[in-house]
Structures are given as C-alpha cells and as structure tokens.
Design a protein around this ligand. Structure first.
Ligand SMILES: [Zn+2]
Length: 64
C-alpha cells in the first residue's frame, strides 16, 4: 500500500533533569487563613515545566 506515512517523527524525550516530573508542589509549611497548605509550584528550569527536553535530532546523538 502506498500512502502518506503517519507522523512518527515526534521524538520527545523525557527531560533528564527532572525525569519527567517537570513541576512539583513544595509545601512551605503552615497554612493560610483558609486552612489550606501553603504550596508553591516549582518548574524544572531545564525544560520549563514541560517534562520533555527539546532535542532537534535525537538520532544524531545516538550512535549504535
Ligand atoms: Zn525538566
């Protein structure tokens, strides 16, 4: 069969810096006046909270 090949060129790699966990809620301790835990959300600086690293061509770096 001939036809358009499916787009399999989406090479998304898990960010090696955060291992895919791009954002984490960190408790600051204490509670606000609503009784909720005070948390901040920290994003991975390497992938900007995406969880994946942008590599142009993952193939070229992988030598077999
Ligand atoms: Zn990351």
């Amino acid at each position: 069969m001939t036809g358009p090949t499916p787009a399999t060129s989406t090479t998304t790699r898990i960010c090696p810096n955060c291992d895919g966990f791009a954002s984490a809620a960190i408790t600051l301790g204490g509670r606000d006046r609503h009784g909720h835990l005070r948390t901040i959300t920290a994003h991975c600086p390497a992938c900007n909270g995406l969880g994946v690293s942008r590599t142009r061509r993952a193939r070229e770096g992988a030598r077999v």
